[in-house]
Write a protein that binds this ligand. Structure first.
Ligand code: PFF
Length: 451
């Protein structure tokens, strides 16, 4: 069924790939820790509302631009632009998204490399390789360089195989594995002392916190990161969807899966924190603040696993394998953004483009590692707090203001002929024109003025 440029061969293939992009460290690490540090259930509620009411319409905009353009992000955005200035703007937004994806991949690979070391450490322990286990668990430049490169190589290996045999095939394998490990861990943690206290903190909201600007801003930022918006990734994945598919239904499934997995990850992490506390591990500072996010994943949870005896080695392995898999299904989408551009724009083969881009991203990652204290936080802030909201906003403006309403409806109607009569069509164009741009601008401004 694939065309020359590549296409997802089935609905399930697209859903697994796009949900794989969306479900990542942002869901399993970011969402639960943000929940814990932003008032528990109040954050969950705000996140659910914002994810469905703002991030989902923005995701639809990106998918629709891609499917209409049937090309990389730059070309797809240019296809809906009329004047020269609009086309230049389309280039800036599309290319900006590709750069943003490349930069996210370079810090994401460093973090994923840490997840790989934490996965392998229990294996080294079981094999009585104490020196190796020690090297894996102690932060060092050599260790980080090796595992960052290894993770990028894994990503390159999948992307070089193309859409159907690479992205789709591996997403279909990895996503069920991720779900299985996640649920198995939840069952185990729920059986431990302290889990119910955590569950209560997670599910019973303190409504007085819900309209806190900081909470809303964090929740919206988290929803945008989680749905992989503003990076051109969803434009490209949209371009691999067949015109016969109901694109609105597909986007809805992806959003539901993404939000569901973030919610379920919270069911694991928050109770696990309270189980750790029950076992004497400190999770909150003296002032009642949650210990910092990286401390949570790399100190609190391993301390919990250690306290479980031998089974803890296995649980630790499963947990970090879960993190690595989640990171991999996201990183393949991040690498596809620059690769698809280079293939279509410069006529390189997929193999050449993938290895070339992989090499550039490795260089950027290494530069970050060599200048860790000045660059790591900077690149994260630049891409997730500025790049993604700004580019996501521009994309909504393109669809809402530049795209003619009739031809927009025509595009969505392919694969879903009844769309014109639905609630989605009545409300979505209005959302994309006004509500999303204003809401995203607010998030963006709040970051600049540090609300
Ligand atoms: N959505 C991924 C996560 O939640 O971890 C991260 C991500 C992937 C962000 C792809 C942006 C992107 F384009």
């Amino acid at each position: 069924m694939s065309s020359v440029r590549g296409e997802f061969s089935s609905r399930i293939g697209f859903i697994m790939a796009a949900a794989g992009s969306a479900v990542g460290l942002g869901n399993i690490w970011g969402f639960p820790t943000q929940t814990a540090s932003n008032g528990g259930a109040a954050f969950v509620l705000a996140y659910l509302v914002l994810a469905f009411c703002l991030a989902y319409p923005a995701l639809m905009a990106e998918l629709i631009v891609g499917r209409h353009g049937q090309a990389n992000a730059v070309k797809s955005l240019q296809k809906i632009s009329k004047t020269k200035a609009q086309k230049a703007g389309a280039f800036a937004v599309g290319f900006g998204g590709i750069i943003c994806a490349g930069l996210i991949l370079s810090f994401y690979s460093i973090v994923a490399g840490w997840m790989m070391t934490a996965t392998l450490e229990p294996v080294a322990q079981v094999a009585s390789q104490d020196t190796v286990a020690n090297w894996l668990s102690t932060q060092s430049l050599s260790r980080d360089l090796v595992f960052t490169a290894a993770f990028i190589l894994l990503t390159v290996a999948i992307i070089s195989r193309g859409i159907e045999n690479g992205i789709e095939k591996w997403s279909k394998r990895l996503m069920p594995a991720l779900l299985t490990i996640l649920f198995a861990l939840i069952v185990y943690v729920f059986m431990q002392e302290g889990a119910m206290k955590g569950l209560k903190a997670y599910l019973v909201p303190d409504f007085s916190l819900i309209l806190e600007p900081k909470l809303l801003i964090s929740a919206l930022g988290q929803a945008f990161f989680s749905l992989s918006l503003g990076t051109s990734v969803m434009i490209i994945y949209g371009s691999y969807i067949s015109k016969k598919e109901n694109i609105v239904a597909l986007g809805t499934y992806v959003t539901l899966i993404d939000v569901f997995i973030a919610f379920v990850a919270g069911l694991l992490i928050i109770p696990a924190m309270y189980v750790a506390q029950e076992l004497g591990v400190q999770i909150f500072s003296e002032t009642g603040q949650l210990l910092s996010e990286d401390t949570l994943v790399f100190t609190v949870l391993p301390a919990l696993f250690d306290s479980m005896g031998d089974i803890g080695l296995f649980i630790g392995f499963a947990f970090f394998a879960l993190m690595t898999i989640a990171a991999l299904t996201s990183s393949i989408s991040l690498l596809e953004a620059p690769v698809s551009y280079v293939v279509e724009q410069f006529g390189l083969t997929r193999m050449q483009a993938t290895f070339g881009m992989g090499a550039i991203i490795t260089l950027v990652s290494f530069t970050i590692l060599f200048n860790f204290s000045s660059l790591f936080g900077f690149v994260i802030a630049l891409t997730t707090q500025y790049g993604q909201p700004l580019l996501g906003l521009m994309c909504c403006l393109f669809v809402g203001w530049l795209w003619n309403r009739t031809s927009l409806l025509k595009e969505i109607e392919q694969g879903s002929p009844e769309i014109g009569a639905t609630f989605f069509w009545k409300i979505w164009p209005w959302y994309i024109k006004f509500v999303c741009p204003i809401a995203i601008s607010l998030v963006f401004l709040s970051k600049i003025i540090d609300w």
